[in-house]
Write a protein that binds this ligand. Structure first.
Ligand code: TTP
Ligand code: CA
Ligand code: CA
Length: 712
C-alpha cells in the first residue's frame, strides 16, 4: 500500500479490510521510536563473541583460523576455539586430557602477574606457578573495550544508539529507534499522520511480501503460522534489525578480525537465546511468529536468569526442566515460587520480557582477587599480593579516566577468607586530593592491618581487594599546588608518583627476606615507613587511616560476567552467572564473623595454643629455661616460638595502631594522641610517631598515624 491509497476505516473491520490493515497501530510506531519496553514492534539484539579469550589469543599471536587453540588457566581450559571443539574439547577439561584428544592443540596460558611484578605478562611456565602468580584479564578487557567501541562506531550516534555491555564479550543493542528511522525512510506511508489523528488507528499493512534474510538462521514459525501469511511491520522491523546486526558484526570482523554471533528478537531474553543458537559467526532471528516454537524446544534452565539457583528450584518444584512442560502449569501453580517470581516465570516462558537495554556501560566496581594454595601466613606475604591487586585495580582506574578526573571510586574493600569465614574491611577513599596508586596501596595495606588486629588472620586462603562507588567528574581532585590536574599533566604527575611509589616500595622490598630481617623486623612496621620523597609530595600524600567497623557485606564473586568489574545490578536476587576468570573457582558464602568471639587482648592466632600467658611463678622458671627456639613477649607475657616473633610483634603493632585511631576518633587531645605507644621503642627501638606536630602535619593528617623511622 502506498501513502496515496486510502485507509480503510470501517469498523468493525470486514475480513477483507482487516487483511489490508496491519495489526499494529500508529501508537506502536511512536513507541518504537522512543524505546518503549512494552512496544510490540521492539527490536533487540544480543551480540556475543565466539570463544572469546581463544580469539583474543589467536588475534594476538596471529594464529591461522583453522588452528585448534585453547586458553589455559593453571591446569584447566577456560576457552576453546571452534576448530578445537571439533576434537571434543570442552571447558574445564584438563590440559593433559586436551593434549591427548588433540595433539596439535595450542594451549596458551592466560597472562599473569608474578608476585612482586609491576605489570602482568605472558609467562611461559605460568601454569606451574599458581602459588606465586595471579591471573590477569587485562588483555581480554582491552580487546573487549576495542570491540565495544567498534560496535558503537558502527551504529548511529546516541540517542539513536543504545548499547549495554552485558559481560566481557557480549552486548545488548536496543535497535528500536534506528529501525524506526529506517522504516520511515523505506516506507513513506508510515510518515503519514494517523487518520483522525487517532494513534490507536491501525497502520496500513506493508506491501512487501518477501524479506531477504541473507545468511541468517531463521527460526521456524509457530505451528499456527505459515511462510505464506502476510508480512506485518514486526517482520519488517526485525529484518531491518537483522541487517543492522549483520553490518555491526561485519565491521568488527573487518576492523578487529573477531567473529561474533548475534540474536535478533523482540526482547533481551529471546535475543540472548538467539545469539547462542547457532555459533560461530552466525546470527539467529526469532520473528514474533516463531517465538513459541523456538522456546518450547528449550530447557528453561537455558533462559537468562534461570541458569542458577532459581532454575534449580523450579526444576525441583515442578519436576521438569523443559519449557514445554512448564507451559502446562497455570499461573497460580507457578506462584508457588512466590507471587512475583511466579508471574515473571509465567511470562518469561511465553517469550515476554520487558527489561530495558541499559546503556550505562560504566563500571561500578572493580575487583582483584587471589586464592592461595597453599594458604599464606604472614602480613608481609599479604602485602605483596595487595601490591599486585593495587597495581591491577589502579591501571583499570586509569582506563576509567581517574587521571583526567572523569570518574573515581569512593570506597575500598578488602575481603579476607580463612576457611569458611570471610571478613570484609572497608574504608572511604579520600576525595579531596589526587587519586594515586600510593594512596590506594596505603589504604589497602591498612585494611589488611585491621584484619590482622582482629586476629585469626592466618593462614589466609583468599584475599580480594575491590574499589567501588565510582562517581563522575569529581571536581575537587587536587594535585600539586591545589590545582586541578587534567590529562597529560595528570599523567606526568602520575609517572612521578609511580616512580616515587616504586622506589619507596622497592627500597623496602628489594632485599631478600633473610637479609631484610636483619635490619628491620620485616613485618608490618616496614609498611608504615614514610616515603623518601619530596616535601611537596609528603605534604599532600598522606592517607587518612580511617577505622571502620566490619562490613557485613558478603564476598560476591559473581558480580558480573566479567567478574572483576561490575556495571549492572542483577535483575533477580538469585540469578547465577558463570564463574569466570577468578583465581578461585568458588567463593563460599560469607559468614559474618562476630568480633566478640575473639578475646579482646589476646592475639588470637598468635600465640598458638601451647603458648598461652603463663602464671608469674611459672613464668620465672620458664624464663630461665627458655630455649633458643622460644621468646617471651614483654608486652603480653606470652611465650612463643621464636619463629612467631615477627608476626607477634606485627600483631601488637597493628593493635596499637588501631587503638590509637580509636582514641583519635573518640576525640582525645592532641597531646594524648602524641604520646608514643610503648611498643614502638620496644619493637624497633627507633620508631617515633608523627602526626601531631607542625600545623602542616596536623592539617594533612587527620585521622592518621604514621610511623617515621630514623635511618639508624
Ligand atoms: P562465553 O561467552 O560463555 O564463552 P566463549 O566466548 O568462550 O564461547 P562461545 O563461543 O560459546 O560464546 O565466555 C566468554 C569468555 O569468558 C570465555 O572466552 C572465557 C571466559 N570464561 C571463563 O573464564 N570461565 C567460564 O566458566 C566461562 C563460561 C567463560
Ligand atoms: Ca562468547
Ligand atoms: Ca558471553
Amino acid at each position: 500500500m502506498s501513502s496515496s491509497q486510502p485507509f480503510i476505516q470501517s469498523s468493525p473491520l470486514s475480513v477483507t479490510a482487516r487483511r489490508r490493515k496491519s495489526k499494529f497501530t500508529f501508537k506502536h510506531l511512536v513507541q518504537l521510536s522512543n524505546y518503549s519496553t512494552t512496544c510490540a514492534l521492539r527490536v533487540i539484539a544480543h551480540v556475543d563473541l565466539d570463544a572469546f579469550y581463544a580469539q583474543c589469543e589467536m588475534v594476538r599471536l596471529g594464529v591461522p583460523e583453522d588452528q585448534p587453540l585453547a586458553v589455559q588457566q593453571w591446569q584447566s581450559l577456560i576457552a576453546i576455539n571452534y576448530p578445537a571443539r571439533k576434537f571434543g574439547l570442552g571447558r574445564h577439561i584438563t590440559s593433559m586430557e586436551a593434549h591427548k584428544l588433540c595433539p596439535e592443540l595450542i594451549m596458551q596460558h592466560v597472562a599473569t602477574w608474578r608476585e612482586g611484578d609491576e605489570k602482568w605478562a605472558y609467562h611461559e611456565d605460568a601454569f606451574k606457578h599458581i602459588a606465586t602468580h595471579k591471573v590477569s584479564l587485562d588483555p581480554y578487557r582491552m580487546e573487549s573495550r576495542k570491540i565495544i567501541a567498534t560496535i558503537k562506531e558502527s551504529l548511529p550516534a546516541p540517542p539513536m544508539q543504545r548499547v549495554e555491555k552485558a559481560g566481557i564479550d557480549e552486548v545488548f543493542l536496543d535497535l528500536s529507534a534506528q529501525v524506526h528511522s529506517i522504516m520511515l525512510g523505506r516506507y513513506p506511508e508510515l510518515q503519514e499522520p494517523p487518520p483522525y489523528d487517532d494513534p490507536t488507528e491501525y497502520l496500513p499493512r506493508p506491501l512487501t511480501t518477501v524479506l531477504d534474510w541473507n545468511t541468517d538462521a531463521l527460526v521456524d514459525l509457530d505451528a499456527s503460522e505459515t511462510e505464506d501469511d502476510y508480512l506485518d511491520w514486526d517482520d519488517i522491523a526485525i529484518s531491518i534489525g537483522s541487517e543492522i546486526v549483520r553490518s555491526v558484526r561485519a565491521r568488527v570482523r573487518e576492523k578487529l578480525k573477531y567473529t561474533c554471533s548475534g540474536g535478533v528478537a523482540r526482547n533481551k531474553m529471546l535475543a540472548k537465546l538467539g545469539s547462542a543458537h547457532k555459533k560461530p559467526n552466525q546470527q539467529t532471528v526469532i520473528r514474533n511468529r516463531a517465538v513459541q516454537h523456538f522456546l518450547s524446544g528449550f530447557k528453561f534452565t537455558k533462559i537468562r536468569n534461570l541458569g542458577g539457583k532459581l532454575g534449580d528450584d523450579v526444576v525441583a518444584m515442578f519436576n521438569t526442566d523443559t519449557v514445554k512442560d512448564l507451559l502446562e502449569q497455570p499461573l497460580d501453580q507457578l506462584k508457588r515460587m512466590g507471587d512475583d517470581t511466579g508471574s515473571w516465570l509465567y511470562w518469561t516462558i511465553r517469550g515476554e520480557d520487558d527489561s530495558e537495554v541499559n546503556p550505562r556501560t560504566q563500571i561500578k566496581s572493580m575487583l582483584s582477587a587471589k586464592s592461595f594454595r597453599p594458604a599464606i601466613s604472614t602480613f608481609e606475604q599479604g602485602v605483596r599480593w595487595i601490591r599486585i591487586f593495587v597495581a591491577d585495580i589502579f591501571s583499570r582506574c586509569v582506563e576509567e579516566g581517574v587521571l583526567e578526573n572523569k570518574r573515581r571510586p569512593k570506597t575500598i574493600n578488602l575481603h579476607h577468607r580463612q576457611g569458611a569465614q570471610t571478613r570484609s574491611k572497608q574504608s572511604p577513599i579520600p576525595q579531596g586530593k589526587m587519586f594515586t596508586e600510593a594512596i590506594l596501596f596505603d589504604l589497602a595495606k591498612n585494611l589488611l592491618a585491621q584484619v590482622v588486629v582482629d586476629g585469626r588472620a592466618w593462614p589466609c586462603a583468599n584475599l580480594s581487594l575491590s574499589v567501588g562507588g565510582f562517581e563522575d567528574g569529581v571536581a575537587n581532585n587536587m594535585g600539586i599546588g591545589g590545582f586541578l590536574v587534567r590529562g597529560e599533566e595528570a599523567k606526568a604527575l602520575l609517572a612521578s608518583e609511580r616512580h616515587a611509589f616504586e622506589s619507596h616500595v622497592e627500597d623496602k622490598d628489594s632485599q631478600p627476606p633473610e637479609k631484610r630481617r636483619k635490619f628491620d623486623n620485616g613485618g608490618i612496621q616496614k609498611f608504615f615507613l614514610p616515603r623518601e620523597i619530596s616535601q611537596e609530595d609528603s605534604e599532600r600524600d598522606h592517607t587518612p587511616f580511617q577505622r571502620r567497623e566490619d562490613s557485613d557485606e558478603p564476598v560476591n564473586s559473581e558480580k558480573d560476567n566479567d567478574m572483576s568489574e561490575s556495571s549492572d545490578p542483577a535483575p533477580l536476587s538469585n540469578i547465577s552467572k558463570p564463574t569466570i576468570c577468578s583465581d578461585s573457582p568458588s567463593t563460599p558464602k560469607a559468614r559474618h564473623l562476630d568480633d566478640d568471639d575473639i578475646p579482646p587482648d589476646i592475639p588470637p592466632d598468635i600465640p598458638p595454643p601451647s603458648a598461652q600467658p603463663l602464671s608469674p611463678s611459672h613464668r620465672i622458671s620458664h624464663f630461665h629455661q627458655q630455649s633458643l627456639n622460644t621468646y617471651l613477649c614483654t608486652r603480653c607475657s606470652s611465650n612463643l616460638p621464636l619463629a612467631k616473633k615477627v608476626e607477634h610483634e606485627d600483631w601488637h603493632f597493628a593493635k596499637d595502631l588501631a587503638k590509637d585511631l580509636q582514641a583519635e576518633e573518640h576525640g582525645q587531645t592532641e597531646s594524648a594522641r602524641r604520646t608514643p605507644v610503648p611498643q614502638k621503642s620496644h619493637s624497633r627501638g627507633r620508631g617515633r610517631l608523627v602526626g601531631g606536630g607542625s600545623s602542616a602535619v596536623k592539617g594533612r593528617e587527620k585521622g592518621q598515624r604514621r610511623l617515621a623511622f630514623g635511618k639508624g
